[in-house]
Design a protein around this ligand. Structure first.
Ligand SMILES: [Zn+2]
Length: 393
């Protein structure tokens, strides 16, 4: 049976104990007493050290608590040290949750269904279908008022029936002796977790908004040091954005949407211009090149760098020309485009697919426009020659 030191003193981080059992090559250790909190009630376990071994997990097995360590710990005396930063964080989040659950119930009749303490934020699920914004603002203000009042948070051990008679937020889940956490004149809840001793130690509280889940809502929140870290990170992100946008942080909410609209309009303008450029380029190439003795104009285009959309539109501009075939080869990405005029009687998709098949490439398309790729620049070039010149020398 492990004596749970954290039940009586959540601030205790250093303790001496005796290893009374071990298993799994001495990587699972049971002590006669421990300040390590095991994962339970939605609260994650503590981390820290037993001797020189790191405690990486703490498991609640009812009568005993198992410490999972990264290096063997033998029987006998050992010094334990609980990581203070993680413990303090959990105490802040957990006590904040008691306070928020109590205030939400008393003020709005929202009862807590479940709680979760996550690595980035914590959540409380309330048994209501909707939570208006003004209630959240009121809840946040009320909770921060109680923090400022520095009310005592007390731990007591009481008989379950007597405790319920004296008033508990929820009926106790067990009989016999239970542990009760009281926030003076605000809340009495049965709980086995670690909590601060005064509400002022919770620090600031920030509600993160509501998410609908089935018929309930789930509210995210941050407490204590997490609020400060959140404010600092968000502030830094906004400063960086403002610097990039060359404006003040307060102007971001109007400037960013305005820039988005501007970019959208410019993209539409660019697309129109690209289409015009594509048509006139192909027309100019068509005019510059004379027909072969079979009357077909054969255009091959090898741009050094060109936007794929403009090359694609050039290919699409070939269909209305008179007796023409067009191939474009680009290197980044390695692509071949092939297009035929409507009067050419040449199926672009089938022709390109066959040509690429002989050089280890793949591709295809419609009767007029096709596109594909091949494993090398030489292979692409060979495919281009095949589709444009066929068997001609
Ligand atoms: Zn608790």
């Amino acid at each position: 049976m492990t004596d749970r030191l954290y039940y009586h003193d959540a601030a205790l981080l250093d303790f001496d104990a005796t290893v009374i059992e071990y298993g799994n090559d001495a990587l699972h250790v049971v002590l006669d007493r421990t300040a390590f909190y095991p994962t339970s009630g939605g609260q994650p376990h503590d981390i820290g050290h037993l001797g020189n071994s790191r405690v990486v997990d703490v498991i609640d097995e009812g009568a005993r608590i198992v410490h999972v360590v990264d290096a063997p710990v033998g029987l006998g005396p050992v010094h334990g040290h609980v990581d203070g930063a993680r413990r303090r964080d959990h105490m802040q989040q957990h006590t904040a949750q008691h306070l928020l659950s109590a205030l939400a119930s008393d003020r709005f009749g929202w009862d807590t269904v479940s709680v979760h303490f996550g690595p980035t934020h914590s959540t409380i699920e309330f048994d209501v279908a909707a939570a208006p914004e003004q209630n959240l603002i009121a809840l946040q203000r009320a909770a921060n008022d109680v923090v400022a009042q520095a009310r005592p948070v007390l731990v007591s051990f009481e008989d379950a029936a007597a405790a319920e008679a004296a008033g508990l937020r929820k009926p106790p889940a067990r009989t016999g002796l239970i542990r009760v956490i009281s926030i003076a004149d605000i809340d009495r809840s049965a709980c086995g977790g670690t909590h601060v001793t005064r509400t002022s130690e919770i620090g600031p509280m920030l509600l993160l908004g509501m998410e609908k889940i089935r018929t309930h809502v789930r509210m995210g929140f941050l407490a204590g040091d997490r609020v400060l870290a959140h404010a600092r990170e968000n502030g830094a992100a906004l400063d960086a954005l403002a610097l990039e946008m060359e404006c003040a942080v307060t102007e971001l909410t109007t400037l960013v949407p305005a820039k988005h609209r501007e970019i959208k309009a410019l993209r539409e303008q660019l697309a129109t211009l690209e289409a015009e450029v594509a048509v006139s380029r192909v027309r100019a190439m068509f005019d510059a090149i004379g027909p072969s003795d079979d009357g077909v104009r054969r255009i091959v285009y090898r741009p050094d760098a060109e936007s794929p959309s403009i090359v694609r539109q050039m290919a699409q501009a070939v269909a209305p020309l008179e007796r023409a075939v067009f191939a474009a080869v680009t290197q980044t990405p390695p692509t071949i485009y092939f297009a035929t005029s409507a009067d050419s009687a040449l199926h672009a998709g089938a022709t390109l697919k066959a040509a690429l098949g002989t050089v280890g490439g793949r591709g295809g398309g419609s009767e007029r426009v096709a596109q594909g790729t091949a494993p090398s620049a030489d292979a692409l070039e060979q495919a281009a020659r095949t589709v444009v010149y066929g068997d001609r020398p």
